[in-house]
Design a protein around this ligand. Structure first.
Ligand SMILES: Cc1cc2nc3c(=O)[nH]c(=O)nc-3n(C[C@H](O)[C@H](O)[C@H](O)COP(=O)(O)OP(=O)(O)OC[C@H]3O[C@@H](n4cnc5c(N)ncnc54)[C@H](O)[C@@H]3O)c2cc1C
Length: 339
């Protein structure tokens, strides 16, 4: 047996919500060959398996996981300069914000708006991580994956990833079949500040930021006022996605709630601010049952205090979704993945 093959490992230690039962087996992988070895072992034992990174987008059941949890820890980073572009490849287990900090320090533009998002590089394509007007889909050149059905490592180009708003083929077409082992980002040495998003536009009104560091610092300052510190409190950030509705539905909602922020999404749909709906329409900002609540500074963020269970969180999420449905007729979707 591999020395890192653990049994009955408490999964609450592996997620930022800090809840969940035990994994029957758990292993941490630092190389692609270890990924292959562990998947083969799970398959030989007819065990289900799942790959996780930093657990910052996961709600794990109080019953735990009956199979093998593979914790992605492939590290390392390299870069290739291509004219003004820099192709930066990072191991799937690298902490994403370390990658952001390093590239920003080197003066490369691209990832700065995504500063301080918890989790690993390998998880960023899964839900097409985004913040402050930028999504990783805008920057990903390719994704390297280990296919657990064929046992072969391959490379997917961006147009093969079916990226959408907080989604990708890794979530929809082939969940858990492809294990991401590294991601290559296309960054640039040329000035390319993206400060059109409301909070950033306000900070940089009339100013063109001279370096990605300036933008990163601004993003970190904005985020620290909106998100609780996940090191000390249970949270997975935004628990739900912003709802995407038809023009007609958005029009009717804005007739009833003229201040509801809505933005075009693609050519025919509208994305509505769930933060506003939860706060101003449902009156749920700061509301909770003691152990689980919506955060006072940002209603989109669910916070779980010590002692909360996954069941408490799931029940509260159902209650929140019901409130939104009753007030707006919209069925909201979870952003957080359930295991
Ligand atoms: C305080 C806070 C703020 C946040 N802010 C944002 C934000 O601004 N924008 C945003 O988009 N998200 C945000 N998030 C959500 C989260 O940080 C991201 O979704 C992040 O990419 C999850 O990374 P992870 O390594 O923790 O993934 P995990 O939570 O471990 O896993 C998430 C999903 O990806 C799968 N997965 C993970 N790694 C791999 C891999 N290597 N191969 C295949 N599948 C894999 C898992 O099976 C699971 O389905 C926030 C979370 C917190 C706690």
């Amino acid at each position: 047996m591999n020395s890192d093959w653990r049994e009955y490992e408490p999964l609450a230690l592996y997620t930022t919500l800090k809840v969940g039962g035990v994994a029957r087996y758990l292993t941490t992988v630092t190389t692609v060959s270890a990924v292959a070895q562990m998947v083969t072992r799970a398959q030989a034992l007819a065990l289900p398996f799942v790959t996780i990174g930093g657990g910052s987008n996961l709600l794990i059941s109080d019953n735990g996981y009956p199979g093998l949890v593979i914790v992605m820890a492939i590290a390392g980073m390299s870069e290739v300069v291509r004219g003004d572009q820099v192709l930066v490849t990072a191991g799937a287990g690298m902490v994403f914000d370390e990658l952001v900090a390093t590239t920003v320090r080197r003066g490369y533009w691209g990832l700065e708006n995504l500063s301080h998002i918890p989790g690993t590089v390998g998880a960023t394509p899964i839900q097409n991580v985004g913040a402050y007007g930028v999504e990783v889909a805008d920057l990903i050149e390719s994704v390297t994956v280990y296919d657990t059905e064929t046992g072969v490592e391959g490379v997917l180009q961006t147009d093969q990833c079916a990226f959408g708003y907080r989604t990708s083929r890794f979530k929809t077409v082939t969940p858990q079949r492809l294990i991401i082992t590294s991601v290559t980002f296309r960054l640039t040495k040329n000035d390319r500040p993206q400060v059109g998003y409301a909070d950033l536009a306000q900070r940089f009104a009339g100013i063109v930021p001279e370096s990605p560091t300036v933008v990163r610092d601004a993003v970190i300052a904005i985020r620290s006022a909106k998100f609780p510190d996940w090191h000390t409190v249970g949270t997975a950030g935004s628990f739900f996605k912003n709802p995407i509705v038809s023009r007609e539905v958005a029009h009717e909602l804005q007739r009833r709630y003229p201040e509801l922020p809505c933005y075009p999404h693609g050519t025919s749909q509208i994305k509505c601010s769930l933060g506003y709906i939860l706060d101003k329409i449902c009156g749920l900002r700061g509301f909770g049952d003691g152990r689980v609540r919506l955060y006072e500074a940002q209603a989109l963020v669910l916070v779980a205090e010590r002692g909360a269970t996954a069941t408490n969180i799931a029940d509260f999420a159902v209650f929140v979704a019901q409130q939104v449905y009753e007030k707006t007729g919209i069925v909201i979707e979870r952003e957080v993945q359930t295991l």
